[in-house]
Design a protein around this ligand. Structure first.
Ligand SMILES: NC(=O)c1ccc[n+]([C@@H]2O[C@H](COP(=O)([O-])OP(=O)(O)OC[C@H]3O[C@@H](n4cnc5c(N)ncnc54)[C@H](OP(=O)(O)O)[C@@H]3O)[C@@H](O)[C@H]2O)c1
Length: 294
């Protein structure tokens, strides 16, 4: 069988491509080969590949840039999702539409389950929520929405790489301690996408993310602890409030997803992000001769 992946050059796209096997081919198409806002191209690609499953990993993910570029965010994250879903319905391929905890406002005191009321705080979250609805409307029987959070990998723009780069040059890192969530390795998310695609009971919306939930501050400490062995000094990680570090897009305070839906649908445990972090830092170190020199 074939799994077609859009956004093949992104964090998730690359992690899915790494799962290519003779018995399950993964055809990951980067934006240069397949633009999901082009309906003819998407239909043609799906028709040619005849995939059993399509994973829509393409997205405009720059949360702050989306505040100033609403049109692009919605073109990719909403219209693109609808285009992919329509092509999947046409071809009878199951669709995993990847989405985000940023569809929630983060004001709830407990983790967010799939049926919790969505109320995005920012343009990115609103565009992803619109994409969920568009995909499900275009393909009610074949689209499953998989929400996740805080994705990290050895490539692309992510918190682990940012902290590693900052730790190499700075003595003090200010990191917010009033936002929490589930760090999720792209490699683990890729496995989760395939598990959800395989799970007949997975319908509607499923949540997955790494265990245990932490604050950004906790996550930064975990990264710096691991880097400290390789650095000749240990930068201080200082907890700060979100209000002290204003950014264009507002973020949810409680970003923790309730992921029991994933466990129930797939029979799998949630991935522990800590060994995944070890692997990502090792990969960074191998690529660059040490994260401190990036
Ligand atoms: N990153 C996170 O922390 C996070 C958290 C929660 C959910 N998610 C979701 O997880 C999924 C994967 O995210 P990721 O971290 O892998 O994102 P990523 O690294 O930014 O990858 C997204 C890819 O989509 C591509 N893309 C953008 N517009 C496209 C278009 N019109 N047609 C085809 N491809 C296009 C991008 O290409 P260019 O770079 O050339 O634009 C990029 O390679 C997304 O649905 C995202 O919303 C991510």
């Amino acid at each position: 069988m074939t799994v077609l992946v859009t956004g093949g050059d992104g964090q998730l796209g690359r992690a899915l491509a790494a799962l290519d096997r003779p018995e399950r081919r993964v055809l990951a198409m980067a934006r240069g080969r397949l633009d999901i806002t082009d309906p003819d191209a998407v239909r043609a690609a799906v028709a040619a590949a005849r995939p059993a499953v399509v994973i829509n990993a393409a997205a405009m993910t720059d949360v702050d840039a989306a505040e100033g570029d609403r049109d692009r965010a919605f073109a990719v994250n909403e219209t693109g999702a609808a285009v992919v879903a329509d092509a999947c319905r046409h071809a009878g391929a199951r669709l995993v539409q990847v989405s985000t905890n940023y569809v929630f406002d983060g004001a709830a005191p407990a983790p967010y389950g799939p049926d919790a009321a969505a109320a995005p705080h920012n343009v990115y979250g609103a565009s992803k929520l619109a994409g969920e609805a568009a995909a499900r409307a275009a393909y009610p029987d074949g689209a499953v929405v998989l929400r996740t959070s805080w994705v990290f990998s050895p490539t692309g723009r992510n918190f682990v790489r940012s902290i590693a780069a900052a730790a190499a040059t700075r003595d003090r890192l200010d990191v917010v301690d009033d936002q929490s969530g589930r760090p999720t390795a792209a490699a683990d998310l890729a496995v989760a996408c395939l598990a959800v695609a395989d799970a007949p009971a997975a319908g509607g919306i499923v949540h997955v993310g790494g265990d245990p939930p932490v604050t950004w501050y906790d996550f930064a400490v975990a990264i710096v602890d691991r880097l400290a062995d390789r650095l000749d000094r240990r930068p201080a990680v200082v907890p700060v409030a979100t209000a002290q570090v204003p950014r264009p897009a507002r973020r949810p305070a409680n970003g923790v997803l309730d992921c029991r839906s994933y466990v129930a649908a797939t029979g799998r445990a949630l991935p522990d992000w800590r060994p995944a972090l070890d692997r990502v830092l090792a990969a960074l170190s191998q690529e660059t001769g040490g994260p401190e020199r990036r």
